[in-house]
Design a protein. Structure first.
Length: 150
């Protein structure tokens, strides 16, 4: 599937669509993604800032998707764990950028070459358009070379 097709489908996916989360960019080489969470009356929390679950949801699948497409069909790739640190209230639209460079992909390939599972953490920051840090998200992905590919 092309990245542009997946981007459009994700923007129609109910957890994103109904919570005002949009994938703004998903590069065709699967190296990067940019996601926005719009602040709307229906996705604010009790104190009128971004709902924490939506902050986490905007980041949830991104590293797994980038890794799956960068590594290719010879690898199992799953989300294993996630953490979020709330730094400041999100009182505006917020953005997150995700990057998976060649060095990270090669490190995953090398670590998984013997068929063992690999657990790797990736981090991103969620910020307002003005650059105010709202949250830090860490996602751990599981990677393993499929038996038939060894």
């Amino acid at each position: 599937m092309r990245a542009s097709t997946l981007r459009h489908l994700m923007n129609l996916w109910p957890p994103y669509l109904f919570n005002s989360i949009r994938v703004l960019r998903l590069s065709e080489d699967w190296r990067e993604a940019k996601v926005v969470l719009k602040l709307r009356p229906w996705n604010r929390n009790y104190v009128r800032s971004q709902f924490g679950g939506n902050l986490f949801a905007m980041a949830d699948p991104m590293y797994m998707l980038l890794a799956m497409h960068r590594l290719g069909p010879d690898y199992y790739v799953w989300d294993k764990a996630g953490e979020i640190e709330f730094v400041a209230p999100g009182k505006a639209d917020v953005y997150a950028d995700f990057h998976m460079d060649d060095a990270a992909v090669e490190q995953l390939r090398a670590a998984a070459a013997n068929g063992e599972k690999v657990l790797q953490w990736f981090e991103t920051e969620i910020k307002t358009a003005a650059g105010e840090l709202v949250a830090r998200v860490r996602k751990q992905i599981y990677v393993r070379l499929k038996p038939r590919a060894r």
